[in-house]
Design a protein around this ligand. Structure first.
Ligand SMILES: C[S@@+](CC[C@H](N)C(=O)[O-])C[C@H]1O[C@@H](n2cnc3c(N)ncnc32)[C@H](O)[C@@H]1O
Length: 469
């Protein structure tokens, strides 16, 4: 046992970091053993401490740098290295884009094993900071202190309102300034924390699941509307009213002020009542004059500007002339369905979450779009022979599944239904590649367009156009 423990934390000296691989980690080698390392860049020379040993690979962290990679840039955020939010900010944005493009190419080649056309260059995000429209902050009465804070010997306030330390459900990093969401996100969070401390409101204890203040969500739309949702453990009306009135007066730009009383063991509130305290119970995002109503439980792509670019490219790949019957699979709140509806004959949108389908229908109504029909349910059940009989065989299928990709039954159904074109939007090139291999039985990949929705992270979105052979 002792030996095993020692081996796990063994130090490997002077290791050269070779290349960026999956999940934002880098690859290094030692005696033909592959090592995955986070927080480094290709070209760094480091001492590594082994943190995990598997038969075919090791995981390690860099504990000392002997040389720094030329690809490195100065991280802009004081929380870099501790916060899990922007793990790639030590690599310049142009280099990030090259790696994302490579990640897509490697996955499609290695897993998909299909004939590929030349890729379109990745579409970078015009904003590489302040690009998110939604952030969720957690309260903790026992916030994380960094090594530097502990070593300084100073007394630090342990009350935190911020993000989880990666991999730690119980540890929250207090955030001073976050570069992910535009104002008034930072001032609202700081004001909430200040008010809560001044009024001795209890911050949550994530281990004991006790306390009053649980979580704060800020949504900032491109129409200028702002939604704030405060999650608390008990229905203490005096405390709730106090903090929300203070926010309303301090930030008149908040157009939707809401709260949730959540006594459950987790922060999800899809099954709870959200109370609209002031303003409207929703905000709007807008694209090409189409307004999308976003409620507290609605999904909306978190990088609005890039979502617009993603949808425009998706619509271009769909090659719409006004005559087509389009199926939009995994439609969420019907955003793509409504976005393409004016350029085709009819759209059928399918999505698992019933409240998202309600949003999708409302989004058609408020935009006077009358050629959409939406269904809620599991894709493999809803995309049935009966549905195809009722609406007809689609000319174009747009599919945007979750990270796990499409269920095999859904892929088989697509092969059976055999639309002229499939536009496959994916946030996970590995599962997309797996599905493409199956679809290659009857389809050729005609276009590949990687899109960056999340600068400073390793995440990449990819659109593939498949033409019926
Ligand atoms: C990547 S999102 C797509 C969102 C949408 N296209 C948009 O741009 O806003 C994937 C969607 O698939 C839905 N989903 C996940 N599993 C599903 C299933 N088995 N059947 C139907 N929908 C599912 C999720 O609820 C989510 O809304």
């Amino acid at each position: 046992m002792r030996n095993k423990h020692k081996k796990k934390f063994e130090i490997l000296e002077n290791i050269r970091i070779e290349e960026m691989v999956a999940e934002g980690k880098c690859l290094a080698r030692h005696n033909s053993m592959v090592i995955f390392v986070g927080g480094v860049a290709p070209g760094d020379v480091v001492d590594l401490r082994i943190t995990r040993k598997k038969k075919s690979f090791l995981e390690a962290e860099a504990v000392k740098f002997h040389a720094y990679s030329e690809l490195r840039v100065e991280p802009f955020c004081e929380h870099f290295g501790v916060c899990g939010g922007c793990k790639w900010q030590h690599i310049g944005y142009d280099t990030q884009l090259l790696y994302k493009q490579k990640q897509v190419k490697d996955n499609l080649e290695r897993i998909g094993k299909v004939a590929l056309p030349a890729f379109d260059p990745i579409m970078g995000s015009a904003k590489d900071r302040y690009y998110r429209n939604k952030l969720e902050f957690t309260f903790s009465g026992n916030g994380w202190l960094t090594k530097e804070q502990i070593n300084s010997g100073e007394e630090f306030d342990r009350y935190a309102l911020g993000f989880h330390i990666p991999g730690r459900f119980d540890k929250i990093l207090d955030i001073q300034n976050c570069y992910l969401q535009p104002d008034p996100s930072n001032p609202i969070r700081l004001e909430v924390r200040k008010y809560a401390r001044e009024h001795n409101l209890e911050f949550f204890d994530l281990v004991k699941q006790e306390g009053f203040l649980r979580n704060l969500i800020v949504r900032t739309a491109n129409t200028g509307e702002v939604m704030v949702i405060l999650q608390v453990k008990h229905d203490d009306q005096q405390a709730i009213t106090g903090i929300l009135d203070h926010l309303q007066v301090t930030f008149p730009e908040i157009s939707s002020l809401q709260y949730v009383v959540n006594g459950k063991g987790n922060e999800t509130f899809h099954d709870l009542e959200v109370v609209c305290y002031k303003g409207l119970p929703y905000i709007h995002e807008e694209m090409e004059g189409i307004r999308f109503r976003v409620g507290p439980k609605s999904f909306y792509q978190t990088n609005t500007d890039q979502a617009y670019e993603l949808y425009r490219k998706t619509r271009e790949f769909a090659g719409l002339t006004g005559e087509e019957l389009v199926y939009d699979l995994y439609t969420g709140a019907g955003t793509i369905a409504n976005f393409v509806a004016r350029q085709c004959r009819e759209v059928i949108g399918i999505e698992y979450v019933p409240s998202a389908i309600e949003d999708a229908k409302i989004n058609s109504q408020i935009n006077n779009i009358s050629n959409t029909t939406f269904y809620a349910g599991d894709m493999k059940d809803i995309l049935s022979d009966e549905l195809i009989e009722r609406h007809g065989r689609p000319d174009v299928v747009i599919t945007d599944p979750p990270r796990a990709g499409m269920h095999q039954d859904v892929v088989e159904k697509l092969l059976q239904v055999h639309p002229n074109r499939i536009v496959y939007v994916s946030c996970n090139p590995a599962t997309q590649a797996r599905d493409l291999e199956l679809l290659s039985e009857k389809y050729d990949v005609a276009r590949v367009q990687p899109v960056d929705m999340f600068p400073q992270t390793h995440h990449v979105e990819n659109i593939v156009l498949l033409n019926r052979r």
